[in-house]
Design a protein around this ligand. Structure first.
Ligand code: SAM
Length: 248
């Protein structure tokens, strides 16, 4: 709790006013990731492996952009920093502990950008959704990674819209805009995302499954696995929640 408060306080002055409301959820994610370290390890390693495979497949390795870089738990940042001339990390918030870690490691070619990647403002204004169009301005872009971000975008937008089921269509638009935005880029892309979650009891009985992508089909994937996001004891003694993840 004290470490969380310190991380929150240290991140505050480093974050623009508009993004400060997101610090709390990043700190909460950091705390949960630490508590669930053992359960999340395989997912983090598989995500890193998918990103590295995409990186190694790039003919040129000038600039890589990582969307949803967050805590850098599932991003092979040291390897990307070695392989590419420039690494750009984009997230709503870059926590103070992540910034310090990058400094300590001396990863001098890493740049941080605070940005909302959901396109919510355009959605609310009734404008065309092009949340990734800013990437067209990035010079020498060879790889764009979406690192376990896509489902979170949908969740954040649902929260802003009040979580009404009738809003499903707007969430579908947001998810589709991210997928189409990646497809339109003049660079190789690597999308890793959880696509659904299932609530499972101690007898292995599956109680409910939810589609995190609101009906958007990602097509074929190069790898897929389960991520036990909420193990027994994290939220309930009797249930765990497992997310299904795909990489492509
Ligand atoms: C599940 S975490 C991804 C973990 C991260 N790749 C890591 O290695 O720690 C989702 C990340 O997406 C970010 N995020 C959620 N909604 C976002 C949005 N609308 N724009 C930008 N980043 C967002 C969160 O801040 C969080 O860091």
């Amino acid at each position: 709790m004290i470490l969380e408060a310190l991380n929150y306080a240290a991140t505050w002055p480093l974050t623009s006013a508009g993004h400060r409301p997101f610090i709390r959820s990043s700190v909460n994610l950091w705390a949960r990731a630490n508590r669930c370290r053992a359960a999340w390890t395989e997912h983090e390693q598989r995500t890193k492996a998918a990103i590295l495979e995409a990186a190694e497949g790039c003919r040129q390795k000038r600039t890589v952009v990582v969307l949803g870089s967050g805590l850098l738990r599932d991003v092979p940042i040291a390897e990307l920093s070695q392989l590419f001339d420039t690494v750009v990390l984009v997230d709503l918030v870059h926590l103070a502990n992540v910034r310090s870690w990058l400094k300590v490691k001396g990863l001098k070619n890493v740049r941080l950008i605070e940005r909302d990647l959901s396109g919510i403002e355009a959605l609310l204004a009734g404008e065309v959704l092009e949340p990734l169009s800013f990437l067209r301005q990035v010079p020498y872009l060879d790889l764009v990674v979406s690192a376990n971000l896509l489902s979170q975008i949908g969740i954040g937008v649902a929260r802003r819209l009040g979580g009404q089921p009738a809003e499903d269509d707007r969430m579908r638009q947001v998810v589709a805009a991210h997928v189409e935005g990646l497809a339109d880029l003049p660079a190789k892309t690597c999308l890793v995302t959880d696509v659904s979650y299932t609530v499972i009891d101690r007898n292995g009985v599956e109680h409910e499954t939810h589609d995190l992508l609101h009906g958007i089909n990602l097509g074929s994937s190069s790898a897929h696995w389960d991520w036990p996001v909420i193990p027994f004891g994290e939220e309930s003694r009797d249930y765990r929640i497992v997310h299904h993840v795909v990489a492509r």
